[in-house]
Ligand binder design. Structure first.
Ligand code: MF3
Ligand code: CO
Ligand code: CO
Length: 275
């Protein structure tokens, strides 16, 4: 069952989601060759707790069958698909890294991730990251009352496969609100017109993971880190979105967020970014 959020819930989600995006704005200048993923995590963690008054949702998060997640953020570098645990890894020129931030504010969860280039990316890495970004936005552009979850997955799948990339199937977007992960599952592949119909007040994430090579993954011995089986590069972007009466509102917005692609012609938020 997909919950319909109350106007009070939506207000709380706007706040939490914007704060999550603002952590990404804050950390951006620190992501340079020579920094460790553990340093990046520590800086984000301190900003959340000491400046924002938010709680990092990943810390000690423990879904069934998992061990408690040990850090405040996920840092997924190069062939890491998702859930990379920050540590001693030093970022070097040419790396690509996804930083996934989920904060809790007044009981509401905001979840967003971006890709970062460390120094100068290869042409291949740049194309993968940009294609994944467009996939996320093509998915978001499907969101409106009467559309179906399968429309989102289909739009993402068509664009990814046209570019020669594969889509990870084991992880998906998710409903979110007073819980980190709620119904529905938002698959990043699918058929138009299938699965649940979207209704105003639903809130979920869209967070496609694209691999430069094959879609198969493997889990590392730490119980969390997911890598591509063929060691090809992987990229991911994530926004939390609200279904409105006429379309979508992106909730994980901030002053420093990358601009939407040119094919997004409607306003992406109802509230000014500076409010
Ligand atoms: N933020 C991730 C998501 O988008 C979930 C991370 S779970 C963690 O759903 F425990 F690894 F942090
Ligand atoms: Co998510
Ligand atoms: Co996330």
């Amino acid at each position: 069952m997909i919950s319909i959020k109350t106007s009070e819930d939506i207000k709380g989600m706007r706040v939490a989601c914007k704060l999550a995006a603002e952590v990404l704005d804050y950390i951006t200048p620190f992501i340079k060759p020579g920094v460790t993923t553990g340093e990046v995590d520590r800086i984000c963690h301190e900003y959340m707790v000491n400046v924002q008054g938010t709680i990092p949702a990943p810390l000690n998060y423990c879904p069934p069958g998992y061990t408690p997640y040990p850090k405040a953020t996920c840092t997924s570098v190069n062939d890491v698909v998702c859930h990379g645990i920050p540590g001693d890894k030093v970022l070097k020129n040419g790396d690509i890294v996804n930083l996934d931030i989920t904060v809790i504010k007044d009981g509401y969860f905001g979840d967003t991730s971006r890709m970062f280039f460390v120094g100068e990316p290869s042409i291949l890495a740049k194309r993968l990251v940009e294609t994944t970004y467009d996939c996320m936005w093509l998915g978001i552009a499907q969101v409106k009352p009467g559309a179906h979850l399968g429309d989102i997955g289909h739009a993402i799948q068509v664009h990814a496969e046209k570019a020669g990339y594969s889509i990870v199937r084991e992880f998906c977007g998710h409903g979110i609100g007073k819980n980190f992960h709620e119904d529905p599952q938002v698959l990043h592949y699918g058929r138009p017109g299938t699965l649940e119909e979207l209704k105003p007040g639903m809130i979920f994430t869209i967070e496609p993971m694209l691999n430069a090579g094959r879609r198969e993954i493997r889990e590392m011995g730490d119980g969390w880190t997911i890598k591509t089986k063929d060691r090809s590069l992987s990229a991911q972007w994530e926004h939390t979105v609200l279904v409105t009466e006429t379309g979508f509102e992106v909730l994980t917005v901030s002053a420093g967020m990358p601009a939407p692609p040119a094919f997004i012609t409607q306003p992406i938020t109802t509230t000014p970014l500076t409010a």
